[in-house]
Design a protein around this ligand. Sequence first.
Ligand code: NAP
Ligand code: 8YV
Length: 314
Amino acid sequence: MSDKPEILLTANLLKSCQDALDKHFTVHRWYNAPDKKALLAEVAPRIRGIAASGGGFDAELYDALPNLEVISCFGVGYDGVKVDVCKSKNVRVSNTPDVLTDAMAEITLGLMIALARKIPQTDVYMREGRWGKEGDYPLQAELTGRLIGIVGLGRIGKEVARRAQAFKMRVYYHGRRPQQFEPYPYFADLTEMAKKVDWLVSIVPGGASTSRIINAEVLDALGPEGFFVNVGRGSSVDEAALLAALKSNTIAGAALDVFDNEPNADPEFFGLENVVLSPHQGSATEKTRWMMGDLVVRNLVAHFDGEPLISPVA
Ligand code: NAP
Ligand code: 8YV
């Protein structure tokens, strides 16, 4: 019998992470267990940790593991995890911040450029041979000299701001409070910032405090020459209002990496020309996903070595 701590793996995390977990722990794979009830009956009392995605896991597990000590989340967003329940049970929780910030900033600027310069559409325009038949593609927008309003000037938001400045954009931000050492003008009122800027870029966590903060009023304020980008969480947007704004050209366009219903996003988006769509791949690079997986493992190892968690949230 191994003396390695026994953990539950509730998401099909990437191979390098799973290989490292197998090295340090006895791993019971919940995510593909043929009989989850039988698995619980066999191992529940021995389970001391969970390796999970930030999207959370089956609610039954919160009460089914009497000796659970720690949950290590793959992802910086942990809005799918019941942190209050964990705190009440003295279960520690960690996530994977910072290691994905650069990848996120890259895809945010990439989505902005794709939207402004209609890269998906011009690619198809060429592949369909339309350039030779119909002539040059219509003129487009650009980032230089434009105003960007960042909703959520956190780790990722700050990196987006730095890169937006490199694109000669002027940066503003909105959050629950001004940040003393940030050089950008702060807007306490999201709608007022939307009125001011050309680009509204949302990188806020999920959860109750951000639910539907991007609504019809904000989109109307952004206006017919404004662009909206969401790389945070789909829950932060009133998706019906966004679809209406896109269809009526209340805003010029949107680039979205996150959606209300994933992976089955609303098909209403699919036929719209003024949208760039991305399947929640903000952190999905070889390097970044390896680093996220490594941090999942290092948090668990730290816990079972009696050390503080490397990136605790609770
Ligand atoms: P972070 O450093 O915690 O930043 C979050 C920012 O959101 C903070 O600046 C915070 O500012 C602001 N915020 C929080 N609640 C708010 C509210 N109710 N209204 C307005 N602003 C609010 O987190 P991060 O590392 O930048 O990551 C941000 C989020 O991006 C994650 O939580 C995750 O949901 C998402 N994400 C998505 C992907 C993807 O693949 N698309 C990848 C990574 C992360 P204040 O506290 O001052 O309000
Ligand atoms: C992950 C994310 O893909 O880190 C986050 O919050 O949204 C992405 O990096 C997602 O969490 C999958 O677990």
